[in-house]
Design a protein around this ligand. Sequence first.
Ligand code: SF4
Length: 697
Amino acid sequence: QNLQHEGEKLISTHCCYCGMQCGMHIRLDEKTNKVVGVEPRYDWPVTLGKLCPKGVTAYQTIDHDERITKPLIKKNGQFVEATWEEALDLIEKNFKKLQKEHGKDALSVFGGVSMTNEKCYLVGKYARAVLGTRYVDYNGRFCMSSAAGGFMQTLGTDRGSTLPWPELEHTDCFFMAGSNTAECHPTSIQWLWKARDKGAKMIVADPRETPTARIADVHLDLRPGTDDTLASGMLHLLIKEGYVDEAYVNERCNNYEELKQAVEGFTPEFTSKITGIAVEKIVKAAHIFGRSPRSVVMFARGIEQQSKGVDNVRLYTSMALLRGQIGKFASGVATFTGQANGQGGREHGQKADALPGYRKISDPEAVKYVSSVWGIDPAEMPRAGVSAYEMFDEIEEGRIRGMHVMCSNPAVSAPNLQHIWNGFNKLDFLVVSDFFMSETAEFADVILPVTSWAEDEGTTTNLEGRVIRIRKVKDPIGESKTDWQIMKVIAERMDKGHLFNYNNPREIFDEFRLASKGGKADYYGITYERIDQEDGVFWPCPSEDHPGTPTMFKEKFGTPDGKAILPIVNYRDSGEVPDEEYPLYLTTGRVVFHFLSGSQTRRTEFLMQQCPVPYAEMHPALASQYGLVNGGKVKLMTRRSEMELEVRLTKAIREDTVFVPYHWGKELAVNVLTNPALDPVSRMPEFKVCSVKMKKA
Ligand code: SF4
């Protein structure tokens, strides 16, 4: 039962942070029109009234004192307030000048997936149809791209979960790889606990004994970057021990014989040698997983943010395939989507190589169809661009001269940050749309004040693939505009206003439904009314009388012949492995109190009290070799940069590994150290593995 406070309105919406998209009511004071708190939504079927510390405090960013409320223009190195007219004049002048002098591709767009589906859809259209540039990509490249690439290659369609979350309660075994669910998607844990109460087992593969690993039946404490070997070792044992569902595999998978051969050498002893996990634990995990009638393989950035991320996803997905688990009740495979709309945001065409509906920009039929929806000549559709990190290579080469960043803070979240900072400094013109002065915004020539998540309506797609409604709580603060309104006014300035003739998000959603029609991520049958009536609708949903698809791949996969493609992997090392000069592993990740680049959570008092600064977490045995003590200072050095951090000692980490959370900027940004080695398919940088040396600071 939610508390209805006198003089307040309760508006039903979802948390702005992670892909769980927990249901909440925002409390609005009717007199002051200020947001004063939240109430959990007990009736929301995915999260049942649970919120994590970030969700409970998310409302505090809405009316925050530090909100940017007017356009800002940089003059002599200082930001000064300006009118929208002045800001737009400057943008029009510079965008047109750069394109006249250097061609259409001189401009670029860097998007984000914390925006609604409506806005994510428009980012691709804005870049390609308004600015006419091939250079568009987004922060999901650093988040979900390896899961997307791995699912596409194996299952033929990329929906992050093949099953609805409430079914997890009925699962017998969770195999979790590189996922610290208890901290990163905390409200998910309730489903795992419900299943454990009924006897389910949990296996967790992670170099750290995270809060998730602590509650596991088996913790596979592998060396960073050896996930492909561990998965292959598990596949080897599933085959050798007779745990393969042969009928399912024969009927529904290709390449089984090839996979068998490929993992032949991955005996428990060999797997143990490469991963550092004890043989007994590997064998025990395989038996538990192999004997469970219903199992779900779950993973997250731990296996995905690697230069082998796509291969990792393919191999772990194959564990579910060999057991015949995908397409069935309370079974399957799932990745934990990082950002609010990490699923929807990657489907609608803001990726360098994709058009709405998860179509490929290299497919002439897709170009023809989407051009017809947009009302442009197919010949005007730019070719594929480059990935988020590679855009900064293009800046260095002088090919990209201007950029518009929306809903993203790559000055903290990208790898090898000095390269990113150099790129921002080199740009002739940078526009940033944001509602706080992020580290990226500080580089801008013009900052456009954008509405927060509670000042506009639209839809997101949660980590299950369920399309849900985000509701407007209050009118925009100050002079801020929504991202779609900003793209619209710039389109008008670029003489393309006719392509952005929208009055509200519903009109954008209706166009987007049509643009997605017939694609892999087909939203055509989803309407705002259906979402309200049905507690969200799962895609694919090709017509208004289609029920949506809570369980994916019941009969066939999304590949041309309907069969899953088991992988044949070329095993290789991570981009960097420890050597004499840099003898340790560095890995990065999240803490429960902060979200991604921290731009919002670092402005939330309670969360900062809990975790004010980053730290270097390491084993006491390792620390003692370097004369380091808890609370002392350490200097970490990689081939890219160096930084000083406070030491935090814990026995819950391997003795060869240092962990640092990445939610801070500038001199506290661990991404100055990380390796930009890219996965060859997903172009995901290797945030999770690099080699490091250290000394007492
Ligand atoms: Fe839920 Fe994620 Fe928000 Fe926490 S951050 S309340 S888990 S959506």
